[in-house]
Design a protein around this ligand. Structure first.
Ligand SMILES: Nc1ncnc2c1ncn2[C@@H]1O[C@H](COP(=O)(O)OP(=O)(O)O)[C@@H](O)[C@H]1O
Ligand SMILES: [Mg+2]
Length: 363
């Protein structure tokens, strides 16, 4: 049982690189929290602060109600799994998994019991006598997980543990880590730069950028109600379309196009008194048909890519503004064709151009 709290945490590396800027984060007991953000944004630093491998410049870290800000890692009962699994090549799986317990002078029988139990949980019982060199990448990563599990940690920390694996194995291990989470029922913090991994695994996602959490929420919250343009563009693939826009009475003007807003949205924007905005819509939310439909715009298709489950279409409005659509299945068309597109009003996003805050979906 551990509930983790970061309170007003700052981290400044010498001479003056401020990586974390007054961040607050609460991770509930037994929660699977994913920290996501572009490379270099401070995810590992944040995780290391939770682990005790790095200390804050300012602020506090709590495990339940205990202040652990300056407690060394050994005393926090956390286990950490990294991208490189660093197994000892001359030891077999059983010895690798039990090594930390042996160092802590735990009874040999107890070590064997814990190693066998963890091996069973991870489906690697038949590999206990093998050396790391005789294992596949996925099996090695499982041994690294097992090595952490045997220590009965109260918190599990992962730093991009799947980045070394190929795409297929990554998806498989993703599922296994989630299943493991359900069985172990302990608090887990998982760092990744991959938004798909974050979306598929997390109970909640914390999106870190420019020293701040841009949004903390469930996968559905960050996808459907992104707090700002950064989150909107970071979550989802292909990325959300953004167009510079302005507001005129009840309409959004972008390029030479006009978008008629439903009255409640127009009222909301009117109240905001913002002049310059950004109109956003996800590629998968744009409706596309070969012939005109209600409130549709005529566009020219400049690239058509059929991927199997979906067709990615790049288009241009008559004024040259371009965008992307992800249409389900096979959208029969070719480069240079005309098509008709529309934006369902419940799917559009409008951001303040200056602050980039989402004006429609408040966080
Ligand atoms: N020990 C350190 N000394 C100086 N700068 C560091 C140190 N560790 C990390 N940084 C810098 O802090 C920033 C965040 O690093 P990191 O937390 O590793 O990012 P991420 O894990 O999100 O890729 C980077 O700009 C990195 O260069
Ligand atoms: Mg990192």
């Amino acid at each position: 049982m551990v509930h983790i709290k970061l309170k007003n945490v700052n981290k400044i590396f010498q001479p003056d690189v401020q990586v974390l800027n007054d961040i607050n984060l609460e991770i509930k007991d037994k929660e699977f929290m994913v920290l996501v953000g572009p490379s270099g944004c401070g995810k590992s630093t944040c995780l290391n602060i939770i682990a005790g491998l790095e200390y804050v410049t300012d602020g506090k870290v709590f495990f339940d109600d205990a202040d652990v800000t300056y407690l060394p890692p050994k005393e926090r009962k956390v286990a950490m799994v990294f991208q490189s699994y660093a197994l000892y090549p001359h030891m077999n799986v059983r010895e690798n998994m039990g090594f930390a317990l042996k160092l802590s002078k735990i009874d040999k029988k107890e070590i064997n019991r814990r190693v066998e139990e963890a091996a069973k949980l991870l489906g690697i019982s038949e590999l206990l006598d093998r050396k790391p060199g005789e294992l596949s990448g996925g099996q090695r990563q499982r041994v690294a997980l097992g090595r952490s599990i045997v220590r009965n940690p109260t918190v599990f920390l992962f730093d991009e543990p799947l980045s070394n694996l190929d795409a297929k194995l990554r998806i498989q291990m993703r599922g296994e880590i989630i299943k493991l989470q359900r069985k172990l029922q302990i608090t887990q913090v998982y760092v990744t730069h991959d938004q798909v991994e974050a979306m598929s695994m997390a109970d909640r996602i914390s999106i870190l950028f420019e020293g701040k959490f841009q949004q903390i929420g469930t996968p559905s919250e960050v996808y459907n109600k992104p707090a700002n343009k950064f989150v909107a563009g970071f979550i989802g693939s292909p990325s959300m379309n953004f167009w510079d826009a302005s507001f005129n009475a009840t309409k959004i003007i972008f390029g030479v196009q006009e978008y008629q807003l439903p009255s409640e949205l127009a009222q909301k924007l009117d109240d905001e008194r913002v002049e310059e905005m950004i109109l956003g819509i996800r590629p998968e939310h744009i409706k596309i048909t070969p012939t005109a439909h209600d409130n549709s715009y005529e566009v020219e298709l400049t690239v058509v890519e059929f991927l199997g489950a979906e067709t990615i279409v790049t288009f241009e409005f008559p004024d040259g503004i371009s965008g992307m659509i992800s249409a389900p299945g096979f959208y029969e068309s070719k480069m240079g064709d005309k098509s008709y597109i529309s934006f369902p009003s419940e799917k559009i996003h409008i951001f303040n151009k200056e602050t980039e805050i989402n004006l429609i979906h408040k966080y």
